[in-house]
Design a protein around this ligand. Sequence first.
Ligand code: SAM
Length: 289
Amino acid sequence: MPRPRKSLGQHFLRDLSFVRRIVEAAEIAPGDTVVEIGPGRGALSRRLAEVSPRLVLVELDASLADRLRETFADRPTVTVITADAREFDPDTVAELTGRPYRVVGNLPYYAAAPIVRRFLELPRKPEMLVVMVQREVAQGMAARPGDMGLLSVGVQVYAEPRIVCHVPPGAFAPPPKVHSSVVALKVRPRPAVAVEPLETFFDLVRAGFAAPRKTLSNSLSVGLRVPASTLAPVLESTGIDPRRRPSTLSIPEWEALCVAWRLAGSPGRNAREEPDTAGEPHVVERPAG
Ligand code: SAM
C-alpha cells in the first residue's frame, strides 16, 4: 500500500462506526445517486456502494483511483472519476446528468471549504452534503447569530447545517493533528436571501466582516472604504444598532442591510475591486484551531 500523501490530506477512516454515522446522515433513498468526494482507500465507498443505486467516486490521487476501479470492477453501479472536486461539474458525468444527487465525503482539510463552496454554488446543486471537516470549520458552518462569520453566512444562505457528530484524531490512520466533525448540509430549494444578483449580497457581507472585532459600523466602513458617517443613514434605516459586532447579525438582517445599502446607491461598491478583497471566496476557510 503506498504511503498516505500528507499534501492531499490523506487521513483514512479506520473506526468504521463513523462510516455508519455518515451514511445514515445522508438519508439515501432508493433512486438516489451519491457522489463521494475523496474516497481514498474506500472505507466509506464500500458501505455507500451497498446502499446507493448509483455511486460516483471522485478522487484526485490517480493511484488510489486506479485501485478503486479494481476494487469495484464487479460493481457496474460504481463509477470512479480521477478529478479535482474543486472543479467538479455533475453535468459532465453521464450517471449524474438530469438526476438529483447527494454528496458524501471525508474531505481533505486543505480543500474542504472550496469543495463545499463549489457544490453550494453550482447551478445544479446536490440535495444534501454530508461531509467530514475540521471541527472549527464545521462549527463555523453551523454557527448561530452571536458567533457567525463569513463562512456561516456563505453556507447558510444555501443550506441548513446540522452537526452530526465529532470525530477524534484516533479514528483515522494516520491521525491528523486536529479534531474533526461530520456536518450535514440540507440544501435549500432556493437561497435564503432574495437579493439579485447574489454576488451583491456577498459583496456587502464580505465588507461587513472586514474587521470582525470592530463594531458593524466601523467594520463596514473599513470594508467599503467609505466614512462611517456615510453609512450611518443606511444602518439607521434598517433599525440595526451600528454598535453591534458583525458576528451577531442574522441572515435576514444582512439581507435588510443589503437592500438598504443598494437603495442608498451602494456606497463603496467598487472597493471590492481593490487587490486585497477581489476574488475572495464566499465561503472561506477558518484558520486551523
Ligand atoms: N474517504 C477516505 C476515508 O474516509 O478513509 C479518505 C479520506 S481522506 C481525508 C481525503 C481523500 O481526498 C484522499 O483520498 C485524497 O487523496 C482525496 N483528495 C484530496 N484532494 C482532493 C481533491 N481536490 N479532489 C478530490 N479528492 C481529493
